[in-house]
Design a protein around this ligand. Structure first.
Ligand SMILES: Cc1cc2nc3c(=O)[nH]c(=O)nc-3n(C[C@H](O)[C@H](O)[C@H](O)COP(=O)(O)O)c2cc1C
Length: 357
């Protein structure tokens, strides 16, 4: 069906198409939830994954950036996703960069974006998160970032991150720190090892304070990293430093990867796949599989998802693949994963993780 709808959406500009698709999804989740659920239904016990102290009915989730303001959480559950990641959410609301800021490259099924972290801000988004929090069998991660403003730096930047953490932590199944957005004016400030160390120290203090005050729970914390610059990724001291900093703090896992810097913004889709897979494999090997990894970047088929899991990911996420292949991609990846894992003699998806690391 998406084959018929796609030419209509692609006749619009990429951002208008996204707004139209999101508005339709919002209407549909409200008006026809059971029809949606029936249309996309596919479940299988082999798909279930237990990781980060959470239960996922399947390992295929929505990547950050699609549902920045937490309007579409029910929609992705009805589509049969195993989880969703809202955000990036920042402390202050923002409109993002000037348009045009999203570009299609259909010959590569890729996108380039320089959206610049526009969102409603954590104060407005937190009550929405609360409504959707802790639904049985549908984890909702919250991706947080520093407010996009080159004037917020140093301690103010740490406080900015901490403010959002404090507002969303009670509602998030897990929290991802987006330290790798390639399209903000101030750059990837917190992917610098010393800055990341300062940020994680601040969050450690905040978590200790919340515990003293009797916080009900501390969600697992993941760090989202940039893809390697080279496709054939070899030992890289940059990632080793990041890993050492993360090991010294309470970091429970990684999201690999964000988009690849490109002259117009960040590149996503299949051209990113080899780099993202290489980083997943590297992280898995370096940590001995001890830190769960969410693999993201160019996943557009069951084969690509299988490869990412085999390289060391426990879960995968999609964004650009949904734009080119439509919402049915989630179900087709789930069906394909069951088939591929049976072919390889695995009785459950979790056995794939790291099988070709
Ligand atoms: C339009 C657009 C907006 C995005 N916004 C965010 C964001 O706000 N925060 C974030 O961590 N990643 C963001 N991403 C990155 C995706 O979450 C993902 O890491 C990346 O697109 C690679 O996956 P894909 O090839 O499946 O799209 C965005 C991606 C796109 C295409």
């Amino acid at each position: 069906m998406y084959a018929r709808i796609r030419p209509l959406l692609f006749a619009l500009g990429p951002e208008q198409a996204h707004l139209l698709a999101s508005a339709s999804a919002r209407a549909a989740q409200k008006a026809v939830p059971s029809a949606l659920e029936r249309m996309f239904a596919f479940s299988h016990p082999a798909l279930s994954v237990q990781v980060l102290g959470l239960t996922f009915t399947n390992p295929v989730g929505l990547a950050a950036g699609f549902d920045k303001n937490a309007h579409l959480v029910p929609f992705f559950r009805l589509l049969g996703a195993g989880f969703t990641e809202v955000g990036s959410v920042t402390a202050e609301p923002g409109r993002g960069n000037r348009r045009p800021r999203l570009f299609r490259f259909p010959e590569d099924e890729a996108l380039v974006n320089r959206m610049g972290l526009g969102n409603h801000g954590s104060e407005r988004i937190a009550p929405r998160l609360k409504r959707f929090a802790h639904q049985p069998a549908f984890p909702m991660g919250v991706n947080i970032a520093k407010t996009h403003s080159p004037d917020i730096l140093g301690n103010a930047a740490l406080d900015d991150f901490a403010a959002t953490y404090g507002r969303v932590a009670d509602h998030a199944s897990y929290i991802t720190l987006n330290v790798s957005c390639p399209n903000t004016a101030e750059g990837k400030t917190f992917e610098d090892p010393a800055a990341l160390d300062a940020l994680l120290s601040q969050l450690d203090r905040l978590v200790a304070e919340r515990r003293r005050e009797g916080a009900a729970r501390t969600p697992p914390l993941l760090v989202k990293l940039s893809p390697p610059e080279r496709e054939r990724f070899v030992l890289d001291s940059f990632y080793d430093e990041i890993l050492a900093v993360c090991a010294a703090h309470r970091v429970d896992g990684f999201v690999a990867t964000n988009t690849l810097p490109h002259d117009k913004g960040g590149l996503s889709g299949p051209p990113l796949a080899a780099r993202s897979t290489a980083l997943v494999r590297y992280l898995y090997t370096k940590t001995g599989g001890a830190k769960p990894i969410i693999g993201v970047g160019g996943i557009d088929s069951a084969e690509a998802a299988y490869e990412r899991l085999a390289a060391g990911a426990s879960l995968v996420q999609l964004y650009t693949g949904l734009v080119y292949h439509g919402p049915g991609l989630i179900r087709s990846i789930k069906q394909g994963l069951v088939r591929l894992s049976e072919d390889e003699g695995h009785s459950s998806i979790s056995q794939i993780t790291g099988s070709r690391a």
